[in-house]
Design a protein around this ligand. Structure first.
Ligand code: ZN
Length: 336
């Protein structure tokens, strides 16, 4: 097997079957939450298709790692691979980059195999860029493979989606991902909990385990959940949050708020995501006003949308209004 991540197996076999039947699609849409290894999959497939020793005996991969194409890929100068990405994270992909891609696709493969393009993240294409790509997808040159990598497929035009074969990374056997993760982390850590906290994405869960993510999460949780009691200054608290990565901060806040609402509406704990914080979440659910919690959920969702959708947004102001809303929540509490 060529792929190193065990939850990629079935998708890899699917591609291998298509390839064996000489029906490799011209365009693939690799979608699923961040941390599933979609870009790694695209990279492995590229290495396999471009290696001159691979494929062997009808099996896709693994790449030999020694031939010229393998070497060129390792130093990122292979002429038959074209990567399209924003100039800076969070920026758009403008039409010029897609024009260059179209130009690339008119060339013949230097090494006589495939011309491969990877667009990541594909949802960063602006409207003109997407329209331009559509024309290429409508009349793909032979021996071309275009891979669109995205965790927000719905942000792409339906016309583009309909011209790509979809590889969905979101549905994974939890036994496979859990076993893999547990083998990578200290036995003191709980793989199941880490996966739950990371939308079941194994690489995101591993990053959480390997960094001080869990400590930051605990500090954030404490500072947030103390706000309704009125003991902390919301502006100071927001200032400390702004030092962390805003998208991650908001993701955690959303997860806690949803857990509080879940418990407030069902009085059951087994469906809560934050299994290590059940008691304080239960306590808040009995104290806080449900309608205001839903308003707060909307406020946080909107902030998340702004922070992840636009690189120019300054998160501090958004975090301040969220902190103030949490303080207000305390003044509206059910049992003051
Ligand atoms: Zn090779």
């Amino acid at each position: 097997m060529n792929n190193v991540l065990p939850w990629h197996d079935s998708l890899w076999q699917h591609i291998q079957r298509r390839w064996q039947q000489n029906r490799l699609p011209h365009a693939l849409l690799l979608c699923g939450p961040p941390g599933m290894g979609k870009a790694l999959f695209a990279q492995r497939l590229t290495e396999t298709l471009l290696c001159e020793k691979s494929p062997l005996e009808g099996i896709l991969g693994p790449p030999c790692g020694h031939c010229k194409p393998c070497h060129l890929l390792s130093v990122e100068t292979h002429p038959d691979l074209f990567k399209v990405q924003p100039a800076e994270p969070g920026k758009q992909i403008p039409i010029d980059q897609i024009r260059s891609l179209i130009q690339f696709c008119t060339l013949t493969a230097n090494y006589g195999r495939y011309q491969i393009a990877i667009i990541n993240p594909a949802q960063a294409m602006n409207r003109n860029a997407a329209n331009s790509l559509l024309k290429l997808l409508e009349e793909p040159p032979p021996n071309t493979l275009i891979m669109l990598v995205t965790h927000q497929p719905m942000a792409l035009p339906a016309t583009i989606l309909s011209r790509c074969q979809r590889l969905d990374f979101s549905q994974q056997e939890s036994t496979v991902t859990q076993a893999w993760l547990q083998s990578k982390i200290s036995s003191q850590l709980n793989a199941q909990l880490l996966l739950k906290l990371s939308a079941q994405a194994p690489l995101a869960a591993l990053a959480l385990a390997e960094t001080d993510g869990m400590t930051k999460r605990r500090e954030l949780f404490d500072s947030l959940t103390q706000l309704p009691s009125g003991k902390n200054d919301p502006i100071r608290v927001a200032e400390s949050w702004a030092k962390l990565e805003a998208a991650q901060v908001l993701q955690w806040m959303l997860s806690w708020t949803m857990d509080i609402i879940r418990y407030a509406t069902t009085a059951q704990t087994q469906h809560l995501v934050n299994q290590d914080r059940i008691e304080p979440l239960q306590h808040l659910a009995t104290q806080l006003d449900l309608h205001s919690l839903f308003d707060l959920l909307d406020l946080q969702r909107e902030a998340y949308r702004l922070v992840t959708g636009n690189a120019n947004v300054k998160p501090q102001g958004l975090l301040e209004s969220i902190a103030i809303a949490w303080v207000k929540l305390g003044t509206l509490s059910v049992n003051p």
